[in-house]
Design a protein around this ligand. Structure first.
Ligand code: C2E
Ligand code: CA
Ligand code: CA
Length: 520
């Protein structure tokens, strides 16, 4: 027998409590006495062992059952013909209906061919990202509703996925189809009223009237190409498929192919445009602007090839190339005594770069190699890039900030930012979009707007660089209201590296009077 104050009793009790709490791997120590109490302890350990095994098996079974259930769910979803969010047809139902309509048109004489309309919401991603998925879902449901109400009962409306919708008009003329398409676009152009909020999301639309012998898939690809053309051309337009669009797309994919090689074959070049301190005319920094020196097409401008790079997934490769080249350039200019010690390099960074965890390391690495202080680099990010922001963006921005790199919001005033964003973001400066300055001199209200924008930026504790200064009057006005820095053709167009070096040398030359590029 064992004594009542035997310490093993306490241990046994503790052990049982642990097991009961789910710590099935815990065991109770057996003493050398090997008496009755030890037998109970051993029994308890065995029970624990069994429990642990049973538990593991159970877990495995639950896991595989869950997987089966999940599969079954997916299969059911695929088989089901409706999109649960909008109650519209889904992709498989749409393809089936289109195939049927094609077959009907082929077998029945004198019937009109089917027409396919594809449409994609222009602003959905922004709405979803900034207002949350619940709002996004409601917008999709309302859009579905509006499309439904713009078509006939016999037309098939589907959500193909994401923010892409399709309409099938089983037998129709091109005129009617285009009319219906336009009606849908009009309906989608009306703001969508939410509780005490209203959102606007237009759509891009492609139309394809079917030709005999085309498969449903072909028709949809062609409608998609037309939709793509509509997107490229601007907002809320209906485009009817034309074979020439195929060429445009081929050209695009040829360019994408070329672009892949361009980075490796050093066909990319950087131009540099000065940012000038308004009061002194001194060059305080230069912005690196990429161009593509295409062997056949000549200088291709970024607005033309960046969207292609984006689509081809080449943005981060390009971004790193630009960053490295620009920083190396600055190092050379400093070593040659051409760049003033505090002159910074501004580099444009795409939204996708912030999504890569390696980006921060690469920036640090490039700076270390060039032996440059991080504050000589200023990263320019468009408003849109930041406002699409998620956790990763915030992480990247904060890390860059910690690294000591300057951050600037580019194209400020093009629509998205609010004061609360400005205050929340870890940025030092904003670059005001040139559209804000454009009307200065023609529109009498413009000076007031500019002053208000400046006030807003200052109220957030930030400074502004004014972009697109083209005339002496604009420069003078900005200076008179106390703006600090500006950039634009008035001071200099973007220049090739050699020309930029020449300009910097002129600036620094002792015989050059201090007023800088344009003495004020
Ligand atoms: P951005 O960052 O807003 O760059 C300013 C653009 O305005 C440049 O066009 C510049 O040449 C032009 N510009 C400068 N001053 C004036 C002016 O006084 N009047 C007018 N009308 N235009 C002026 P660019 O070089 O064609 O670049 C277009 C856009 O392409 C840039 O806009 C930027 O968003 C993007 N970009 C350029 N280089 C890069 C790059 O290396 N990486 C990334 N991610 N984007 C780049
Ligand atoms: Ca810029
Ligand atoms: Ca800009």
């Amino acid at each position: 027998m064992f004594a009542e104050d035997d310490p093993r009793l306490g241990q046994l009790l503790d052990g049982i409590v642990r097991l009961a709490a789910g710590e099935l791997h815990s065991r109770i120590e057996v003493s050398p006495a090997r008496d009755e109490l030890d037998a109970i302890i051993m029994g308890t350990n065995l029970l624990a062992e069994d429990l642990e095994i049973i538990y593991q098996e159970l877990e495995q079974r639950v896991e595989s059952r869950t997987q089966l259930l999940h599969q079954a769910h997916e299969e059911m979803r695929a088989m089901a013909l409706t999109d649960s969010l909008t109650g519209l047809a889904n992709r498989s139902a749409f393809v089936a209906a289109l195939t049927q309509a094609q077959a009907d048109a082929a077998t029945t004489e004198d019937t009109l061919p089917p027409a396919v309309v594809l449409l994609d919401l222009d602003a959905f991603k922004t709405i979803n990202d900034t207002r949350g998925h619940a709002v996004g879902d409601r917008v999709l449901a309302m859009v579905g509703d509006r499309i439904r109400r713009s078509v006939r009962e016999t037309d098939v409306v589907a959500r193909l996925g994401g923010d892409e919708f399709a309409v099938l008009m089983p037998a129709t003329s091109a005129t009617r189809a285009a009319g219906v398409g336009t009606r849908i676009l009009q309906a989608l152009n009306e703001p969508i009223e939410m509780d005490n909020d209203s959102v606007h999301c237009g759509a891009s639309m492609g139309l394809r009237i079917s030709e005999p012998d085309e498969t449903a898939e072909q028709l949809m690809v062609e409608a998609d190409i037309a939709m793509y053309a509509s997107k490229a051309e601007g907002r809320s337009k209906l485009k009817i498929f034309e074979p020439a669009m195929l060429h445009a797309r081929q050209l695009r994919s040829q360019l994408a192919e070329d672009l892949r090689g361009a980075i490796a074959d050093s066909e990319l070049v950087l131009f540099y445009q000065p940012i000038v301190e308004l009061a002194s005319g001194r060059i305080e920094g230069v912005e690196a602007l990429v161009r593509w020196n295409h062997p056949e097409r000549g200088m291709v401008m970024p607005d033309e090839f960046l969207p292609i790079a984006e689509d081809a997934g080449l943005m981060s490769e390009l971004g790193i190339w630009v960053l490295r080249t620009a920083i190396e350039q600055l190092r050379h200019w400093r070593e040659d005594g051409i760049a003033p010690p505090e002159m910074s390099m501004r580099v444009n960074i795409a939204a996708t770069d912030l999504q890569r965890l390696e980006f921060i390391e690469e920036v640090r690495d490039i700076l270390t190699r060039a032996d440059l202080s991080p504050d000589l680099l200023v990263i320019e990010l468009t408003e849109q890039a930041i406002i699409m922001g998620n956790e990763l963006d915030r992480y990247s921005l904060n890390s860059l900030r910690k690294l000591g790199v300057g951050l600037e919001i580019d194209d400020f005033g093009t629509g998205y930012s609010s004061i609360s964003y400005l205050r929340r973001l870890p940025v030092d400066r904003v670059k005001v979009d040139r559209s804000i300055l454009m009307e200065l001199g023609t529109d009498p209200d413009q000076p007031a707007l500019i002053a208000a924008v400046l006030q807003l930026i200052r109220a957030c504790g930030l400074e502004a660089v004014w972009e697109g200064v083209e005339t002496a009057e604009q420069a003078e006005y900005l200076r008179s209201i106390g703006c600090i820095s500006a950039q634009g053709y008035y001071y200099s167009r973007p220049l090739a590296a050699l020309d930029m070096a020449r300009l910097l040398q002129m600036e620094n030359a002792p015989w050059h009077h201090s007023a800088g590029l344009h003495p004020s």
